[in-house]
Design a protein around this ligand. Structure first.
Ligand code: SAM
Length: 295
């Protein structure tokens, strides 16, 4: 087990990094729209590191000029991340501290940075979070959907077949499911959800959070198909789509599991059918077996 003692305050982290002679990578969350969502710790970090690794240097420079910081930036994105990794490790080893930022929100959350952070942790180097905006957390905090358990799936596949397969694989998930979506695909995504989850499933779409046209649509997925069809503005911007989890019935099973169990039991012994359904839908096989016996 590795124990990397990241200090709770930035100045402590900096001084322990200095004493070990190594720099620190600060993973810095930036605004998801509203430039005033900048914390003083975020500003201080960006102002005091020697360099900023930025997904898009032009975007980051706009943010830096808004907060009056002129630290040099270099590009660090999905396509050059692995090439620049060794060079970045060397900079940190030589004592420079670096900030990692993405275009918006928290790095690594559907954004670059995963290989770098994994590598630094493997080498027991210092990685410190400067927390702040994150679209999925902001959206969930206002959705009114269960937030005690949720799964984050990032972006759905762009091709319809793969998207439907992915949605089917989570159709019986009982936790709230959260997706990122773009304006190009929001309509297709919602209509695929209607066909896989049924038109009654409760879905909340958070659009353009923290921006001028922030909108929260809270309806059944069938109603959302109609809204998107009739109001072109609702397909513009950036989206977080949140789906209420499938309901567990009194017998502890969701509807999709029962349907599949009945179908499979037409061809297989009940025990075998129960085992397969339990694996696919993450249910208890005994409950499925009991259910089949009651039919
Ligand atoms: N790392 C970011 C975060 O912490 O949220 C997410 C980056 S991902 C490349 C961009 C996606 O996040 C957008 O396509 C959208 O789905 C979501 N997103 C970002 N900003 C948003 C906003 N202001 N309102 C709604 N969704 C947003």
């Amino acid at each position: 087990m590795k124990f990397n003692q990241n200090s709770t305050s930035q100045s402590n982290a900096q001084s322990s990094a200095r004493s070990s002679g190594m720099g620190t990578l600060y993973v810095v969350a930036t605004p998801i729209g509203n430039m005033d969502d900048v914390s003083s710790r975020m500003r201080h970090t960006l102002a005091t590191v020697s360099k900023i690794a930025a997904e898009d240097t032009r975007r980051t420079k706009r943010l830096l000029s808004h907060i009056g910081v002129d630290t040099p930036c270099f590009s660090f994105h999905d396509h050059n991340e692995r090439q620049k990794l060794e060079w970045l490790v060397q900079l940190l080893e030589s004592g420079e501290s670096i900030a990692l930022v993405s275009d918006a929100g928290t790095p690594l959350i559907s954004d670059p940075g995963y290989p770098l952070v994994t590598e630094l942790r493997k080498r027991n180097m210092k990685v410190v979070a400067i927390p702040g905006p994150c679209a999925l957390v902001a959206a969930l905090s206002i959705a009114g959907l269960p937030s005690d358990r949720f799964i984050f799936e990032g972006f759905l596949p762009s091709k319809s077949g793969a998207r439907l397969t992915k949605l089917e694989s989570i159709s019986s998930e009982t936790a709230t499911s959260i997706f990122y979506e773009s304006s190009h695909r929001i309509k297709a995504c919602i209509s695929d959800m209607a066909s896989v989850f049924g038109i009654d499933r409760h879905v909340v779409i958070a659009r353009e959070l923290t921006k001028t046209f922030e909108t929260v649509l809270d309806a059944s997925v069938g109603e959302l198909v109609d809204i998107l069809e009739n109001d072109v503005n609702q397909s513009k911007g950036e989206f977080v789509v949140m789906v209420r989890g499938a309901e567990k019935k009194k017998d502890g099973l969701c509807e999709e599991s029962k349907i599949l169990a009945v179908k499979l039991s037409e061809y297989l012994p009940k025990k075998q059918a129960s085992k397969i359904v339990a694996e696919i839908h993450n249910e208890k096989k005994n409950l499925i077996y009991q259910y089949l016996l009651t039919l």
